[in-house]
Design a protein around this ligand. Structure first.
Ligand SMILES: [Fe+2]
Ligand SMILES: [Fe+2]
Length: 143
């Protein structure tokens, strides 16, 4: 199983695990040189999952007032674009594209999660702590 760093927000961690399982089954299909229909359907499943994940994290970025949302979404879109390009390479070159796939997955599980998802999780925790903090009483505000 692909080893993933947890961010501590259950809905994000669960989605990451789901994506890792799809990525793993795609990698297995590539290594075993499964038929084209199987490989392309798993590639499409991973792209769909990444699009859904982008939507999920975009909603969380909005609701938690996360500051770096443009760069975060750009990194998601770049990943989705690179996966789509991999499908083309696979179809045109008729080769397993495992090395490129491994580079992409490594970038997601290390760079993306550390650089963008961990700070998003922190913003969610901070926002939720603010929401649940007791509101100051009039006497406290006025001294
Ligand atoms: Fe994520
Ligand atoms: Fe993300």
């Amino acid at each position: 199983m692909i080893d993933l760093e947890k961010v501590g927000v259950p809905v994000i961690d669960a989605d990451h695990q789901k994506l890792a399982a799809v990525a793993e089954s795609l990698r297995r299909a590539l290594v075993q040189r499964a038929d084209r229909v199987t490989v392309i359907s798993r590639m499409n499943e991973l792209i769909d999952g990444m699009c859904d994940h982008n939507n999920l994290e975009t909603l969380l970025m909005r609701s938690s007032h996360y500051k770096n949302s443009a760069a975060h979404r750009h990194d998601h879109n770049h990943f989705i674009f690179m996966l789509s390009a991999l499908i083309v390479d696979y179809q045109v070159d008729q080769r397993p594209v495992i090395q490129e796939f491994d580079v992409l997955i490594k970038a997601w599980r290390t760079n993306h999660i550390r650089r963008f998802d961990q700070p998003l999780a922190e913003a969610i925790r901070t926002h939720s702590a603010r929401q649940t903090a007791p509101t100051p009483q009039a006497g406290n505000v006025l001294g």
